[in-house]
Design a protein around this ligand. Structure first.
Ligand SMILES: [Zn+2]
Length: 276
């Protein structure tokens, strides 16, 4: 099938009280492995191109890979930009065929985040592309972008933001972090519930790597509709490569790495679909 928008798959998630996984992809093998998992579980999937992948390869190849995989897929696929750094970058992604872009203005002053997010939404919606925005910068390091300190979203900012910015999804900081957590993450579920009561668009949980299943399920029950998993995908692939050290058959090596990714993706999909 053709690519679909983020808005479409989030409507499915809302209806079924589940969350759709956003998996970061960094090469050709990772999205292939993820599509095997998504088709086996019959679940829509968001293939996410992040800043690391763009720094490494620009927008030259991965968008074509995603488009081809979507064309032959039996499940809906979204091509999504993660943590878009500027209005200009989101426009480049519109041209490259993305069906969803994130603009992350959370590290800017609030007024600037509102202004830039509004501009991105206006351009993206003009060509039928969904937009994710962010409030309450999510801590940790992702693709060299680092935020530290308190990352609890301010409820008054959420209220003011959604009054003027017509985004399709909103990432909020509720104690989640990028990378792998040291110890059990401490998520502020009351704040999450309060966000939802303000009438936000579907909410997004970044830093999904390493959050235990019971916390994931509670977050979904409170309105999280998209969960990003990047670090664990990369580690699964790398561990598959490491397990093959010494093997001189490139297909066997990549095959081992891909099967680790497929296994991980299936586990996450089942968790996000409340299938235990
Ligand atoms: Zn993120």
């Amino acid at each position: 099938m053709a690519l679909v928008t983020l808005k479409e798959v989030l409507e499915t998630a809302e209806r079924t009280n589940t969350a759709i996984p956003g998996f970061n992809i960094d090469n050709i093998e990772i999205p292939e492995a993820i599509m095997e998992a998504a088709e086996a579980e019959n679940c829509p999937v968001i293939l996410t191109i992040g800043q690391g992948a763009i720094q490494a390869g620009g927008l030259r190849h991965l968008p074509d890979v995603v488009r081809r995989l979507a064309e032959s897929s039996t499940v809906p696929v979204v091509m999504h930009l993660d943590h878009g750094v500027s209005y200009e970058q989101t426009i480049a992604c519109l041209r490259a065929g993305f069906t969803s872009v994130m603009y992350d203005g959370s590290h800017h002053p609030f007024a600037e985040n509102v202004r830039e997010s509004t501009a991105v939404v206006r351009a993206a919606h003009a060509v039928g592309v969904s937009v994710e925005c962010e409030l309450g910068a999510i801590s940790g390091v992702e693709d060299g972008i680092s935020h530290s300190g308190a990352n609890l979203v301010d409820l008054d900012e959420v209220r003011r933001f959604i009054e003027v910015v017509d985004c399709d999804a909103l990432a909020v900081g509720i104690g989640n972090a990028h990378g792998i957590y040291k110890g059990t993450p401490n998520l502020d579920f009351d704040r999450l519930a309060a966000c939802r009561r303000l009438g936000t668009p579907p909410l997004v949980l970044h830093g999904g790597s390493g959050i235990p299943a019971d916390m994931i399920q509670r977050a979904i029950s409170l309105g999280i509709r998209k969960i990003n998993v990047a670090t664990e995908v990369r580690l699964a692939f790398l561990e598959g490569l490491e397990a093959s050290v010494g093997c001189r058959d490139i297909y066997a090596v990549y095959g081992a790495a891909k099967s680790r990714v497929t296994e991980l993706a299936r586990t996450k999909i089942r968790m996000f679909q409340n299938k235990g």
